[in-house]
Design a protein around this ligand. Sequence first.
Ligand SMILES: Cc1ncc(COP(=O)(O)O)c(C=O)c1O
Length: 400
Amino acid sequence: MSSIRADFPILARQHRGKNMVYLDSAATTQKPKAVIEAVSDYYLQHNANVHRAAHKLADEATAMLEGARSLAQEFINAPCSQEIVFTRGTTEAINLVANVLHSLVNQDDEILITVLEHHSNIVPWQMLAQRTGAKLVAVNVDSQGNLDLADFHSKLGPRTKIFACSHVSNALGTVNPITQMVSDAANNSTITVVDGAQAALHETIDVQAIGCDFYAFSGHKMYAPTGIGVLFGKLSLLDSLPPWQGGGEMIEHVTLQHSTYQKPPYKFEAGTPNIAGAVGLGAAIKYLGEIPRKQLIQQENELLHRTVNRLQQLPGIRLVGEPTRRSAVISFLLEGSHPHDIGTLLDQQGVAVRTGHHCAMPLMEFLGIPGTIRASFSLYNNDDDTNRLIAAVEKAATFL
Ligand SMILES: Cc1ncc(COP(=O)(O)O)c(C=O)c1O
């Protein structure tokens, strides 16, 4: 882990005379030099618009964009690169799906989500339900933060047109049994959409093994720049669904009255794409391929469990969610204090965590709390970070 820390220049930053402890990677990860340099090299050496012009720089930029698409395809084991649509991130990917599925949904249908979802996997479905008259239904969680599978099976029925579910919860760290749920939903002829924002870095993603129709993730949560993400969609669906946004790049032929569209993925990529972002995503994927990722994930899980155990031993700490399988996230409360106050006291000690509802207000309402303190880990965190977190929480408790 010490060698991978050296790859992330920002981790050497000092704050109040000490190294900063970054435990907010679920919000966004820090970036390795390899990604920063790839983006810089793109702008220094290759910058041009893609696909259209007949000149060297445009050819290079196009090859770099399409190279990143192929890397993303391999990263999630998608059968072909036409199934990789570049988006701004998970939010845009899910909005894209919710918009293009409009034509398949009617007022007798149900859209099944879960109480665990991030707002990005709730609000687009609410909007689709409002437009079509379909009913939005949500699977409950139990007190540990696991999805209630009996509730899932009782709610998955003949009317369920779409099932949209996170792979990993950003608020509690729950790893959902996504392959099983997707398989049950697919057997019910339900279209499946997986929000992989928190899974892409910490799990091995294999969309063919999961069997989902759509899988979305964000580059910035896996060491790539902000503003780039991926929507995987099965080619048969992408082929048959209408485009979402209209404009340049997505058309084949345009008259004043009518247009024909490109094949996927371009049909869903109107306008100039985030080329530098895609190059950065490709560099992040390459970087992940070069480090001993599986071993680091294993070490991260061990660190996570050591941290959970130590937090549990502190007086007044209440863990929020104790899921059967946890990934990278610990949510907790300190009795008698507001999460924001603790967040501020930790920040004063150079420990960066996130506090609040974590864009999961329905989950917080279900749990009967306004929010939590969330420490989230990445492959570069180590025992020193945990020691600093524990010491900072202990100190914060003495102030309250
Ligand atoms: C589970 C989950 N889904 C979706 C999102 C939205 O991702 P983005 O803001 O990159 O679009 C997040 C971001 O925190 C998330 O954690």
